[in-house]
Design a protein around this ligand. Sequence first.
Ligand code: PMP
Length: 496
Amino acid sequence: MTTLVFAVDPAARVPLWKQITDRVAGLVDEGTLSPGDRLPPTRVLARELGVNRSTVCRAYEELWALGYLESRQGSYSTVRGRARAVGSVGPATGRPIVDWDRLSAPGPRAAFRGLAALPETPDVEPGAIDFGSLTADPALSPIDDFRRAVRRVLLDDGRRLLDYGDPAGYRPLRETLARRLRAHGVRVSPDEVLLTQGAQQALDLVARLVGTPGDAVVVEAPTYGLVLPLLRMAGLRPLEVPMTPEGMDLDRLERVLARHRPAFVYTVPSFHNPAGVTTDQAHRERLLALCEARRVPILEDGFEEDMKYFGRAVLPVKSMDVHGLVLYVGTLSKVVFPGLRIGWIAADREAIRRLAVVKRFTSLSDNVVAQAAVERFLRSGRYDAYLRRLHATFRRRMTAMVKALARRLPAGALEWREPAGGCTLWARVAGAHRADEAALLEHAREAGVTVTPGSLFFATPDDGLYVRLSIAKTKAHDVDEGCRRLARAVARLAAR
Ligand code: PMP
């Protein structure tokens, strides 16, 4: 019989039976106790440890349940030959025995390494003014309206909505969106609308469907930062075409299309993230004509289509698309409830059928309750009322930003253009270089303002130093102070 030498601590927060279990299991794991070793009878061990016999019985039962002990009626408990618990670290080398980097597919591996190499997006510190976030301001969220919509749909149809849903998305929402898209000049039937988990999933589905690993995909430079790893994960190669103040450089695009036969062209024509540019009608027509001539699909990201609050609206490229070349992506996220993950793709019916198959095998079903509640919310008119309030708020904030930049920064220190809507303003720091980015971020942090570093938005950053300024979460009366702090950070950089 093995003698067990250890003590238990009645004052500890861990119950006594658990302390005994852990100690004995530890002795087996480390090899001090071997298979076949006999444990002391419960009565003996209870006496040695100064605990109740029932406490030891409970510990032995637990050890038996965990596979550490064997016991037969009326006999001793013995240690069982048990496969050793294997941690993820090898005992001899101290190195992980599973090399996830080597096991990863090339796309995810590159995305992981790329993410590790990115500059850290600074946390918003207490007291700092946030020009970084680009998500709808939760402080403005129409929570009560949405709560009522959820309650209503659950009362009316809860059981069905809590079941798996149509992989293409909740039909009434597809109908409502098809109707709403008409206001943007996009004429599609509900069968030409696929619901997705935000615009991000829409982009992902297209990247999985269109193109072959190794193909190039045209993106603007700068472009939406999180489309780059997404393309790489699908094995696609982002091919950058520079942005001009009028939008993607179309002369350059023409040459790229001729030379590279890209799988598709990704573009954000309205309220570009990050560049803030909204292209005009002529630019959109030429972009479409160039792609039509080469039969290259356009992935049009209309992530803020509803966020026009200055001047006249320009209709999406999709509104001119008679050949079904444009895959038009939308989302609710930049207006309201990003956590609900409500996005969509409007496209040619055949493309939608194929995208729906990709989606079926990656996610089976959406969150139908969320889609039904959103449908109710849109149909109730509360969304449009909220949107009008949001426009008024954002117009105030953006006007404040434009004024404050002009007032607080010395002429020529920042180069920027006034956006036509959306939340972002893109600025180049005059006379500075990309290598100064970390220093600028640090000065901004010290000055108490958060901005988004420009290098996040390029596959291959150029030498300029850029920042993206967003008014999504900053109240109009804080904007001026934010710009004053930004001016201080820029001045410190210039003084180096
Ligand atoms: N496209 C652009 C240009 C974006 O900025 C974002 C979010 N930042 C998305 C797509 C994805 O949005 P979501 O998935 O939240 O709808």
